[in-house]
Design a protein around this ligand. Structure first.
Ligand code: 4AZ
Length: 272
């Protein structure tokens, strides 16, 4: 599938995931919802995101899983930042459940809340602008993840995390996985994707070797790093790519700093 095709199909992928009621929903290409790394399970405990490892409980406390099969992050305690392609449009929406506060989606300590309203990026048409906000009916009492307000952190090594597939075509995960990926500059990323919207998208991954990446079901989740004060700051939103972890095919992320003012304004209107 071409990169263009991948992006076009992302919406459908997550929409099919929404049919599954389980917190760890099915990827459409997968026949069983049984997690491959359950309690007492010993199938590659290092397996992971692609090429990652299990996150520690509390390590990324702002991470949420969304019931349509996407990731997200707590912008405030009752507003989740995710990808535009994970939602159906803007307006009242009580269909989404957000689960936070746990790495194990089956942990009885999970904190859940329901959506009340969704804001999809104005002008979103499937190319760039891949951000959305979800207002929750009650706070998820967890630390939040600030967004990058300028481009100064769009460099270096980033952390990615999610409950998505641990390989192309693989299952959704019960346990949160994490990995580190290096920044890929726009010129290099354009060698992979001629349709890259350079001002609105940011690339990351191991160009030479592949092997580490976000994948199906990680969409909407944050890509982040430490700021100069040593605090996490969100620089990207998992958006698309040609497959997962292929050499020469980095992951593409919404460039959060480009939309920071729009996101904050939209959050303000949601009462955030
Ligand atoms: C997806 O379908 C998806 N390798 C997320 C990330 C990437 C590809 C696909 C990047 O949600």
């Amino acid at each position: 599938m071409s990169a263009q095709d991948t992006r076009k199909h992302l919406k459908r992928v997550t929409a099919v995931g929404a049919v599954a009621l389980a917190a760890f929903s099915l990827s459409p290409s997968v026949a069983s919802a049984i997690p491959d790394d359950g309690p007492g399970g010993h199938r590659d405990p290092g397996a992971t995101v692609v090429g990652g490892t299990k996150a520690g409980q509390g390590e990324f406390p702002f991470m949420v899983r969304l019931s349509m099969g996407c990731g997200g992050s707590l912008l405030t305690k009752d507003i989740v930042l995710t990808a535009a392609h994970c939602v159906d449009g803007s307006g009242p929406d009580t269909s989404i459940t957000a689960t936070g506060g746990v790495v194990d989606l089956e942990d009885p300590a999970a904190k859940t809340a329901k959506s009340t309203e969704v804001v999809q990026a104005p002008g979103y048409d499937g190319t760039g602008k891949d951000w959305a906000l979800i207002k929750l009916n009650k706070p998820i009492d967890q630390p939040t993840l600030p967004i990058a307000e300028d481009a100064s952190y769009n460099k270096g090594e980033f952390t990615i995390a999610g409950w998505g597939a641990d390989q192309e075509g693989g299952r959704q995960q019960r346990y949160l996985l994490k990995a580190q990926v290096p920044f890929v500059d726009d010129a290099t990323c354009k060698t992979a994707y001629s349709n890259l919207v350079a001002d609105e998208e940011l690339c990351a991954g191991k160009m030479d070797t592949g092997g580490v990446d976000t994948c199906q079901g990680d969409s909407g989740g944050p890509m982040f790093r430490k700021d100069d004060a040593g605090e996490f700051v969100q620089v990207g939103i998992v958006s698309w790519g040609d497959g997962c972890a292929r050499p020469g095919k980095p992951g593409v992320y919404t460039e959060v700093s480009t939309f920071a003012k729009d996101i904050q304004a939209a959050a303000g209107k949601l009462g955030g």
